[in-house]
Design a protein around this ligand. Structure first.
Ligand code: NAP
Length: 249
């Protein structure tokens, strides 16, 4: 951790939701944080509130030129990058038959290609600076299937896979790469979901963005022997299903 602190961190989708919680927690760890998002007003307001500890940068994660500009600004403002959090993501609530081909491609483009592009652009700089940590925000939808969000599920399984490929390639140069798999979390993305969505979980509630940020912070600052692994933060959603003993004859 000592070799990382004081360097820069980039958080995509950092303007709100889980990303904003991660931004706040990394500033508490002495990183200079780039809030990188297409959502300008919220992103700038967050960075302004954090003072010298954060700047906002417009970044569409599917745009390589913008990625290179974001990295240059991060380096110029806070020094070599130590941390990349590929958190930006979108969902399209539509089943396999209903989802339009264009939306399927768009979801995969943002969630999977955008995260891969972040690693493609930033990993050489993190490696050259002596190492660091990359966290890819997958989902429980990268561990199991969900009806009604096929593009999202495809993108999150893909992100889990490319996390392992990157971990294998970058580990020898002291760059750790892990995926985080939240269950339902209270953010604008899930505002359309009923609270009853979480009723079957062992912890029968939605999580909060700070609970995911705490796991990301642990991965960045403490988990020095972890790479290529999945870190689940889902209230037990993927633990299994409870057998109702009333159904046992
Ligand atoms: P959110 O509140 O919708 O925040 C996502 C942020 O990413 C928004 O500011 C969004 O901007 C931005 N974004 C969208 N497309 C982008 C692009 N092309 N380039 C850069 N930024 C872009 O979502 P969240 O719930 O915090 O989710 C954060 C991550 O956690 C996502 O990867 C999501 O899949 C994952 N996750 C969330 C949950 C959950 O229950 N909330 C569960 C599992 C995994 P716009 O608003 O302008 O689109």
């Amino acid at each position: 951790m000592d070799s990382l602190s004081g360097r820069s961190a980039i958080v995509t989708g950092g303007a709100r939701g889980i990303g904003a919680a991660v931004v706040r927690s990394l500033t508490e760890e002495d990183f200079g944080v780039v809030v990188a998002d297409i959502l300008e007003r919220e992103g700038r307001e967050l960075a302004d509130r954090l003072g010298d500890a954060a700047i906002f940068h417009v970044l569409d994660v599917t745009d390589e030129t913008q990625w290179r500009q974001t990295l240059r600004d991060a380096e110029a403002t806070y020094g070599p990058p130590a941390v990349l959090i590929n958190n930006a993501g979108i969902v399209d609530f539509a089943g396999v038959e209903a989802e339009s081909p264009a939306m399927f491609r768009h979801v995969v483009d943002v969630n999977l290609y955008g995260s891969w592009l972040g690693m493609h652009v930033c990993a050489p700089a993190i490696r050259a600076a002596g190492g660091g940590v990359i966290v890819n925000m997958s989902s429980t939808a990268g561990l199991i299937g969900y009806a009604g969000v096929g593009g999202y599920v495809a993108s999150k399984w893909g992100l889990r896979g490319v996390t392992k490929a990157a971990a294998l390639e970058l580990g020898p140069d002291n760059v750790r790469v892990c995926s985080v798999h939240p269950g339902p979390i209270h953010t604008p993305m899930t505002a359309v979901l009923s609270e009853s969505t979480a009723a079957y979980q062992p912890l029968p509630r939605f999580g909060e963005p700070d609970e995911v940020a705490a796991m990301v912070r642990f991965l960045v600052t403490e988990a020095t022997f972890s790479t290529g692994s999945e870190f689940v933060c889902d209230g037990g959603a993927t633990a299994g299903r409870t057998l109702d003993l009333a159904d046992v004859s």
